[in-house]
Design a protein around this ligand. Sequence first.
Ligand code: MN
Length: 211
Amino acid sequence: MSKSEYQRKRDFARTPEPQAAGAKPKPGRWPLFVIQQHAATSMHFDFRLEAAGALKSWAVPKGPSTDPRDKRLAMPTEDHPLSYVDFEGVIPVGEYGGGPMIVWDRGVYENRSVDKRGHDVSVAKAVELGSVKVWLHGQKIGGGYALVRTGSRPGERPRWLLVKERDAEADARRNPTRTQPESVVSGRTLKQVLADEGSEADRAKAAKRLA
Ligand code: MN
């Protein structure tokens, strides 16, 4: 059986991350999104949308904004298994993505992506087209968000931008990545997850990133 990029990058004897996709979702339910804050080599927020049985993923160094004037860099990363929406813990240092991770926000979303002619398209198709529009129902953030691929030179990794749409949920005065740092699942911060679940080596290495 051929391994996915997700599986090739990880040693499941060492990382507590999920290996399998998990149970098949019930048809008709709303698709899930998750935003995980991750203190890896550099701090970032992993923005993931359920699509075609997996999680389409982007690493957003500054995290999502509620201010439509902000354009947040979002680097595409490999598809993650659906069961990753529940993952919170410490990836051991030395492993891919080593460092603590929390579920910063989570919920369901509506796909509002269209092609150039204005026809509805799936999120998987919208990723191919380089323009994804979603309406998030999270606990911390919500409303319209756009993910747009911007020009990258041949041979370069594609760059995307995550932008809040102008709607009733837009609010330039909020700064939820700073003011609401706790996990929506456990109430813990990255520091607490590291203290609870990290090995001595993890705590020694990752604590500096959280100082
Ligand atoms: Mn990450």
